[in-house]
Design a protein around this ligand. Sequence first.
Ligand code: ZN
Length: 297
Amino acid sequence: MKAALVGTDGTLLHEARRATGRKRGADAVVETILAFAADLRAHGEEHFGESAVAAGVAVPGIVDAEKGIAVYAANLGWRDVPMRALLGQRLGGIPVALGHDVRTGGLAEGRIGAGRGADRFLFVPLGTGIAGAIGISGRIEAGAHGCAGEIGHIVVRPDGPDCGCGQRGCLETLASASAVTRAWAAASGDPEADAADCAKAVESGDPAAVAVWQDAVDALAAGLVTALTLLDPSTLIIGGGLAEAGETLFTPLRAAVEERVTFQKLPHIVPAALGDTAGCLGAGLLAWDLLSTEVSA
Ligand SMILES: [Zn+2]
């Protein structure tokens, strides 16, 4: 888990990391979050002379932001955790905002990161899986059921590999960092080889690596073109582990997207700027938003 004290303008004042403790079960994770938040608040009092005035927390899975409930997260094992109420109690009754991890990260990239100034953007982190955040006029679209932006489960190859979601050939089975790791481990014969090794091999001109890489880039371009056909964003922000390959990813990706579009307008395709602090910066922005809402209400 990453946490931070965030200033009014999105400045990172203090950052900390802690293990979730998920091996000890969902209750332990919730307790770790509450204790972490309380410790962070105490740090603020001690080092900045004042207490945090609001808190934001971003969690994975399905989130009911309106009710403040962390509904479900497969990797953490919880169901219907009243996160907002629990955190509010632990933090002495200050306002608490609850958000979804990827959408919250997208909020930060859109406001203070790579999408700064973009009215319509799509943020797509390529990590263990692939998710997405749809940015519209300074906020992130959550969908009717809190499930909007799941671009990783757009089917790009109907005869492709089985996906954990029950479909076949989903984008994330082909173009996530995990998918590239799997493909390159198989192609290179080195079970320890990962996506970053594949990128390095591409840079040194290894044809087998280029084939694995291009296959992922083609799948990614297909998924992104579906998304941009639907959303018409001005900016596509690509983040996560795979984006760390820099131009090794972005040069062929821009070319592959360009090749596919016909009538659609090409968005700017840019790397994410905030790295893995996007989520906790976004949670800070959610907390500040809460105050400005309350003041104006
Ligand atoms: Zn899927």
